[in-house]
Design a binder for this molecule. Structure first.
Ligand code: LLP
Length: 411
């Protein structure tokens, strides 16, 4: 595993920039991204999939909507997968062509649909029949046709955290696979709609290819069925979901294994495949740098109270997620501690009873692998600021999002 965050002369760096330099210039907490890591992940994703005949890659903007990050990924040939008007704005502003944007999401408002039509968004991923009807009539009113696919719920358990599993019966996403053929017949007759295929996405941080393969298999049968009913199926959107190693010993599928599986399953499909990766592109390309405010004695272990909190990185509080903690300038000693933020909730804890680098008041440290669903999920809870974001490229860095205080939202 190549990492772009490694120690040089005992000090943790982002590429060629020592992290204390960034802390000095920008303050903490701060999200730090590595441009090389983003490019590397983007290129590895694309080149693994190069064994497939026809591929489009749409970065899942929800994972990291930072404009500079999107712009960089656009330069690597990525389109965007969006789920709101706000994400559409970010993607377009970053220079991503409207035709390279896929609009997913279970609750697109009429306003969002109309704006996306006006912008010329390339593909709408429909979640229910009525959405297709509304989209068709909005398109007709403009004398246009909207290109769409129907999102299928394949009823496959992605075997990931329940809160990020999306492909099971009972989840709010997609249309039950048994209902798809008849619905597809009806939707395809609508004036104003070009229904060109199907989509699925069964969950995120998937550590195993088997559920994905099972879901894709079901889609293969569905495509054959739809064709037998006379439909022209030219696109299948296979979603995102590949996991990344958060712990040193996490085992996740390789991109080559994923591509090989997709190649095998989709061999006879004769469609253009769309992928919507988020985490696997951006996750390992970011760290959250924080400063230790106190080391507070605790009942079982001391609490390392850091200046980052659940409003900067919600994943541990929401999903009990693990993010590796590392001191920026470790002294070689270890300690067992709980790591917590200042927010007034007992759930604002990044780690419990963890063996970590010894840190003291004032020390800098990072939480690793926060490039996806880190800043993206930030809030101003407790009237805390949205933390700034910095993009490192070689031995230079740039502030790509300012620290943003709640009172500035009113302005
Ligand atoms: N496409 C669709 C339709 C999605 O719903 C998602 C993620 C993706 C693509 C991208 O999935 P990825 O490749 O990043 O796994 N906040 C959670 C993750 C939520 C993912 C939601 N959907 C977390 O921090 O773990």
């Amino acid at each position: 595993l190549v990492t772009y965050f490694s120690s040089q002369d005992g000090v943790l760096c982002a590429e060629g920039v020592p992290l204390p330099v960034i802390a000095e210039a920008v303050g903490t907490p701060v999200h730090v991204y590595s441009a090389a890591a983003l490019r590397d992940a983007a290129h590895r994703f694309r080149s693994a999939l190069a064994i497939l005949p026809s591929v489009r890659v749409a970065f899942a903007v929800k994972a990291n909507p930072n404009g500079a990050v999107l712009h960089l990924l656009a330069g690597c040939g990525f389109g965007a997968d969006i789920v709101s008007g706000g994400e559409m704005r970010r993607a377009l502003d970053a220079g991503i062509a409207a035709s390279d944007i896929v609009f997913s999401g279970v609750g697109k408002t009429d306003r969002e649909l109309a704006d996306a039509l006006a912008a010329g968004i390339g593909q709408f991923n429909l979640e229910l029949e009525e959405e297709g009807q509304v989209l068709a009539s909005l398109a007709r009113a403009r004398g246009r046709r909207a290109t769409a696919v129907l999102r299928v719920n394949p009823n496959v358990d992605g075997r990931t955290h329940a809160k990020i599993s999306t492909g099971r019966r009972g989840n709010k996403f997609g249309v039950a696979i048994a209902d798809v053929p008849a619905m597809y017949d009806r939707l395809s007759r609508l004036e104003g709609l070009d229904l060109v295929g199907v989509a699925l996405h069964i969950g995120s941080q998937l550590r195993d290819l088997a559920p994905l393969e099972e879901a894709y298999d079901r889609i293969g049968y569905l495509v054959a069925d739809l064709r037998a009913r006379g439909h022209v199926i030219s696109r299948v959107d296979l979603g995102g979901g590949l996991g990344i190693p958060y712990r040193a010993d996490d085992v996740v599928p390789t991109l080559d294994a994923y591509a090989a599986m997709v190649g095998r399953v989709t061999r006879d499909w004769d469609v253009e495949l769309t992928f919507e990766p988020g985490r696997v592109v951006a996750g390992l390309a970011g760290v959250l740098m924080t400063r230790v405010i106190w080391v507070k004695p605790g009942a079982d272990h001391p609490f390392v109270i850091v200046d980052a909190a659940m409003n900067d990185l919600a994943r541990p509080a929401l999903y009990d997620a693990f993010h590796r903690f590392e001191a920026v300038a470790p002294d070689g000693e270890r300690m067992v501690a709980n790591i917590a933020g200042p927010v007034c909730e007992s759930g604002d804890v990044f780690a419990v009873a963890r063996d970590i680098d010894r840190v003291r008041r004032g020390d800098l440290a990072v939480l690793h692998a926060t490039g996806a669903y880190g800043a993206a999920m930030a809030s101003t809870y407790n009237c805390r600021a949205l933390s700034p974001q910095v993009l490192v490229d070689g031995d230079r860095f740039e502030i790509v999002a300012d620290r943003y205080l709640p009172e500035e939202f009113a302005a």
